[in-house]
Design a protein around this ligand. Structure first.
Ligand SMILES: NC(=O)c1ccc[n+]([C@@H]2O[C@H](COP(=O)([O-])OP(=O)(O)OC[C@H]3O[C@@H](n4cnc5c(N)ncnc54)[C@H](OP(=O)(O)O)[C@@H]3O)[C@@H](O)[C@H]2O)c1
Length: 198
């Protein structure tokens, strides 16, 4: 997750024009802009999908539509060939048939709870890891349930001032993790957290 210095992973007012909320795109400059070629960023980008067999994301990350699906034409932000190349489980209370995209990505819509989605994702990953891609509401539920082994935070030195805060609604905060890797480039600090030894 790319997170601002004041703790937001999306700016306010998500919309089709501002999928990351107002100002939120600046969170992703480190891997979309010129500094993506800094060695520290390049390493993180290349490691990001290593060993991942399936992804879980919240419905707000999948698209701008809220509530029941008005039509089935929206197939995510990523075009015909999304960058996942494996099964992706989209959490939503609104059922929808799975969508097979080019390049091996299939979007499945999961409405039977976070544990069931995780179980389906691990089955689909066939021995690989499962990546929780976001957004904030999704990560918070898995944190509350104690189901996250490792977190990679790309801490971006900007202040968004509003939007979706990652470590919100957690009843005591994200306890039980320690930083096991810290690497900086000019545009971002990458911090990897793992569960502390008990
Ligand atoms: N900074 C980053 O690295 C990063 C990464 C990923 C995403 N983002 C951004 O974060 C924003 C989205 O975050 P968000 O916190 O607004 O939302 P989100 O977690 O992406 O999605 C929340 C929605 O997912 C569905 N959902 C969540 N939990 C569910 C459950 N247990 N069962 C069924 N459905 C469930 C609900 O939609 P229904 O109403 O359909 O039920 C809920 O409203 C976007 O702007 C995205 O671009 C940022």
């Amino acid at each position: 997750m790319s997170i601002s210095a004041d703790g937001y992973v999306a700016g306010p007012n998500q919309s089709e024009d501002d999928p990351l909320g107002v100002g939120g795109r600046a969170l992703h400059e480190w891997h979309l802009g010129p500094t993506k070629d800094h060695p520290a960023n390049r390493q993180v980008i290349s490691d990001m999908m290593d060993g991942i067999g399936a992804t879980i994301m919240g419905r707000n990350m999948f698209g701008p539509v809220r509530g029941p699906w008005p039509d089935q034409s929206w197939t995510g932000w990523w075009g015909d060939d999304p960058p996942y190349h494996h099964p992706v489980f989209v959490l939503t209370h609104h059922p929808r048939a799975s969508i097979a995209m080019r390049g091996g990505t299939t979007f499945h819509f999961a409405g039977d709870g976070i544990e069931a989605a995780l179980e389906r994702a691990f089955d689909a990953a066939a021995g690989g890891d499962v990546r929780l891609a976001g957004g904030a509401a999704t990560i918070q539920q898995y944190l509350r349930a104690g189901l996250i082994d490792e977190m990679h935070l790309a801490i971006v030195p900007i202040l968004l001032g509003g939007g979706e805060r990652l470590f919100d609604h957690l009843d005591g905060g994200p306890t039980g993790y320690e930083c096991v890797e810290l690497v900086s480039s000019l545009s971002v600090t990458h911090a990897r957290f793992a569960r502390s030894a008990r």
